[in-house]
Ligand binder design. Sequence first.
Ligand code: ZN
Length: 520
Amino acid sequence: MALVTPSRVRWPAKPSRGSSRRDRRCSKPASSWRNTTASGNWFSNCSASPNRSAIGSCGTPNRKRKELKKNSLEGLLAAEILWDIEALLGRQTLDDLDLEALESAVRRQALRLAARAIEQRLNADHSDGEPSPRVCPCGQLARYAGRREKTFTSALGPLKLERAYYHCAGCGQGFCPRDWQLGLQDTSLSPAVTRMVAAVGAMVSFEEGSQLLQELAGIPVNAKQVERTAEALGAEIATDEKQDVAPSDEQPLPPTLYLGVDGTGVPMRPEELKGRCGKQPDGSAKTREGKLCTVWSAEARDTEDRPVRDPGSVSYTAAIESAATLDTDAVPAAFTQRVLREASRRRFTHAHRTVVMGDGAPWIWKIAQELFPHAIQIVDRFHVKQTLSTLAKAVYGSDSPQAHRWARRRHGELDAGRFPDLLRAVRRHADTCDDARKCFQYLRRNRDRMRYPQFEAQGLCTSTGVVEAGCKVVIGTRLKRAGMHWTIRGSNAIIALRCSRLSGRFQDFWERRADARKAA
Ligand SMILES: [Zn+2]
């Protein structure tokens, strides 16, 4: 029989002298942390260099234990945890050990002890409460109104903190200066938990995120809280992204930089679609277009010496916003400005050679022409081949071998630069198939952007699928899952959060956020 199972793990009551537990090999320090801390001076004796020798010393003699109690918070915590482990293990052999139950129980207990220690340390410090009034954010004076208790969800479990509270008669609001100091203002989640929520909220549905937090970290944050917190943080990131446009010189500038632009439909709630035309049979819309700008380099070569995307070189920025700038507009469209910001951060125009890549949609080339007139324009070859394969299925039926053959030949013509042959083959179906007519126009309109043999000879990357994949990675995998319907505000927040994390920018944002709080 297993020694402990999750349902059976119970933290033993602290033994009294002479109880059987006292006989255990590693007994508890003479005084429990509860007794010690109750006197309120646990921390005043905290040593800067705790007595590490005390940690892990099962069977510590009484003298040692007394030193421990006196000298070190860390030592006390360690001894407390060790005592509990021994209490759980008892005299059983390791053959019977349920390690998972032990791990979970010890982690819970260790965190609980740490949380109590932090509570006591913070609650003993009353330096945040001066009798003199403080300036309220509204500008008027707020008077000290005693200490208020609030329980926060932390990575260590619940933290019950007492903070000085100030009330402003002018605006009727109250505030706790310490909440600002600790990053706890307007939230019940600690900074570490907020960061965990951002991590799960960026990757999975809010419901799954809530479950993951419980399962992995034992932290109860319900789905609605995950949603609110992740979206609030995403909105902060979106604002930060607009301000943080300084060129990053962390990585050397590669000789060639690629900038890709693409769009993908994001499923929306009906209220976000009122009056909008779309692709539904009745002319209505179910989605709004999320637009993505991605920058990367491709100096690496595959086994056949073709350029491939450099790992870690990709950055993303995206949002549901307009890309249409009218001639009468005083400023460029929101998405055009976004592309400019990304180009600035990545020093795009500083590269010796620049390439703009897209799927062939006219709005993309309009932006490219406007912002980067010297860049080489290339239609992502992956996308052209996909278009030709789709057309083959439309003409010959989706599973027909003829469709396969036809598509393969067209791909070959595209690769070999036999553009007249390709155009002729597509045109042959234009009279009878509307898709073929559109495809013909698409090929003819973009033919200069499909000179693949020439691009290859120049060592350029033409078919990485990076742009297309970017839409899937940034938007599709998180926002286009079954049953999901978004608001513009919510989807843009989560997109901003994902772009920040996927581009390796989250840590920088987090540090800026902490600095801003300290400066406030
Ligand atoms: Zn006020």
